[in-house]
Every structure is written in structure tokens, then in C-alpha cells.
Ligand binder design. Sequence first.
Ligand code: TYD
Length: 227
Amino acid sequence: MLLSFEGLDFCGKSTQIRLLESWMNSRGDGRAVLCVREPGGTHISERVRDVLLDPRHEEMSEVAELFLFSAARAQLVRQLIIPALQHGENVVCDRYHDSTTAYQGYGRGIDIETITRINQLATAGVMPDATVYLDITPKESYRRRALRLNLGTADAPEARSPEDDRMEQSGIAFYARVREGYLAIARAEPERFHVIDGTQTVESIAEEIRAVVSALNLRIEKAGKNT
Ligand code: TYD
């Protein structure tokens, strides 16, 4: 199965992916779990990541950004994800095509039809069986960022830090559009796209995610028996 995780920066994805990975490994179903992050995961995709996130690249055009995220994904899908799925492994992606729809489509304003076609090409049509979206507001994202970076700037949430990557310099209005994008995907694809309140405790979120994965497992097993 292919699972993807989505959400605004600082939504808590990495913690939850770590917890899910160890839970999946402890179930002992004999299936390896491959966890990959986007952009990245292969030598080429990690190099593209460096170009994308380098804060010095302020001049990057929105279309170049779209193609670079998609290039990183195209390589990852063909080099790692498809072979892993063919071997019966479970694949967990820290971000996938929905990030492009939300960030480059809704956030940057590139038209969604174009994004959908490019997503289709980049992923070779390999779509997640389920997606976990950890929902936090842009305000919460900025609050966590300030805590993490020790900015102590509740009253100046957009204060820049030298540790910000290029995407993180985009401003709170950008993140509001990205969140709207995610919520629009949730309305369009409620079966696949699971919205989980990212302000709950780590353990409650982990429990909800395990329920999503268990239900998906059952569905896949059933479908296997009926064919
Ligand atoms: P990263 O440091 O991996 O952030 P996070 O831990 O939040 O995933 O940086 C990835 C950044 O790239 C993040 O701001 C989201 C953005 N992004 C896009 O804009 N489009 C995409 O297609 C992907 C995969 C990521």
C-alpha cells in the first residue's frame, strides 16, 4: 500500500510517520516499510531539494518551482516507489502530489488543471491508497515555528529567521491559501483524504492514523479475496 502524509509546515508529520513506521513494523505482517520524504529520497531528488529550499534562490519562478518539485517526484516514483510496491512493500511518503496541488496550485496560484496533469505525469499515475492530512491553521504553524526557532515572537509571527528555507519565507497569507487547498482536496476526495486535527495530543493523532491504516488494510484484504 502507498500512504502519504500532508499538512502545513510544523504540523507534526515527521513524529507521526516515525510512530506509524514502528507500529507497522511491529505488526509482523512480513512486509517491509519504506519511508521517503519529498522533495528527496533519491540522490537526484535530494539535489533538486537543495535547489528548491535554498533561501538564497529568491528569484525562483513559480513555474520553475512546480517543475522542480515534480522532477524530484518523477525520479523518486520511478527509482524507489514503483519497485517497492512491486515487491509488496508498504510505502509511506512524507508529502506527495497533494503538496503540489496545495502549495503550487492554491498557494502560488498556478491553475489546478495544469497541476493535475503534471502530477499525473510525475507520479506515473501511482496514487496513494490513503492520505493522512494533519490539519493546523497557519497561525498555529507560525506559533510552532517561533517556538522551534526560539524566536519568541508571538506578536511578530512573520519575523524571518536565517534558518527559514525558501518555502518558509512565503508569508502567512500564502499558508492560508495552502490550507484552503488541502481542505478543497478533502471535500473532493473524502474517501482517500483523511483530515485529522493536528492540535490533539501526539498519542490521539497516532491512534486515529492507526485506525485509518487498519481500515485500509481490511479493505485491501477484502478486495484481494474477491478477485
Ligand atoms: P520540508 O523541510 O521537507 O518541510 P516539511 O517538514 O514541512 O515537509 O520542506 C518541504 C517544503 O516544500 C515544504 O514547505 C512544502 C514544500 N513543498 C511544495 O511546495 N510542493 C511540493 O510538491 C512538495 C513535495 C513540498
